[in-house]
Write a protein that binds this ligand. Structure first.
Ligand code: C5P
Length: 228
């Protein structure tokens, strides 16, 4: 099996309230994107990496990954206006003989080689897998106009989806074949009517979205030795 990961990292720093791409921000000694790449570099089941970066910062991104000395990065390509478009650009850059495709948010620096390995193994059984965790809080559906609660969800049935998401190549290529948009990859696969299985993730595999996430990620990184 030739297994590659596409890492969309072309988001802006808008919700982080910074002018640089958020994956350039440092956690500990390294930028967010270097932490994410390091887990894939260390996972023996990963053969190649396509990194999708912000068009106007591609040179800087290439410099960062060169300095870190990664060996598995096959291509660094420019992203698009949405995550979906960025992944689409990544799919076009895959080698012909790739069989299994992972997608991982560049903004999730705390993913581990163990999570990646489990998700790839699960995909060999079901063909379409998302890493996810059962939600901890009570979740309610709220009318956006009146702010009145319309429903309380049964939290034993609700999972928070993370990445990596893993697919047989033909499935993800079909899912991305149209011009639809989605906030994750599995949603496009679900729309084809293809079952997507869940693989247990880790609550520490957070996505850096707003400034407080950097503080949490720093703390989690420091405590890493206790959970690896
Ligand atoms: O915006 P959000 O945090 O959901 O983005 C998830 C991932 O998708 C991030 O790693 C981000 O860099 C990436 N992204 C992208 N291209 C975009 C928007 C987001 O590659 N246009």
């Amino acid at each position: 099996m030739n297994t590659w990961v596409i890492i969309p990292a072309a988001g802006s720093g808008e919700r982080m309230k910074v002018d640089v791409p958020k994956v350039f921000l440092k956690i500990g000694d390294w930028p967010v994107i270097v932490h994410a790449l390091d887990a894939f570099e260390k996972c023996s089941l990963i053969d190649g990496i396509i990194l999708v970066g912000p068009e106007e910062h591609l040179k800087a991104l290439e410099g960062i990954v060169r300095e870190a000395g990664f060996k598995k990065i096959r291509r660094v390509v420019a992203g698009g206006a949405t995550r979906t478009q960025s992944v689409r650009h990544g799919l076009k850059a895959l080698d012909k003989d790739v069989d299994v495709v992972l997608v991982h948010d560049g903004a999730r620096p705390l993913v581990t080689p163990a999570i990646i390995e489990e998700s790839i193994k699960a995909c060999s059984v079901s063909g379409a897998v998302v890493v996810a965790v059962p939600v901890k809080p009570t979740l309610k559906v709220v009318d956006p106009r009146t702010r009145v609660v319309s429903e309380t969800l049964d939290r034993t049935l609700v999972w928070e989806v993370q990445t990596p998401q893993v697919f047989k190549r033909e499935i993800i290529e079909r899912a991305y074949g149209g011009d639809e948009n989605a906030t994750d990859d599995a949603a496009l696969v679900e729309r084809l009517g293809i079952p997507v299985s869940v693989c247990m993730g880790d609550h520490r595999n957070i996505k850096i979205t707003t400034p407080e996430d950097l503080v949490i990620a720093e703390a989690l990184l420091r405590s890493r030795d206790t959970y690896h």
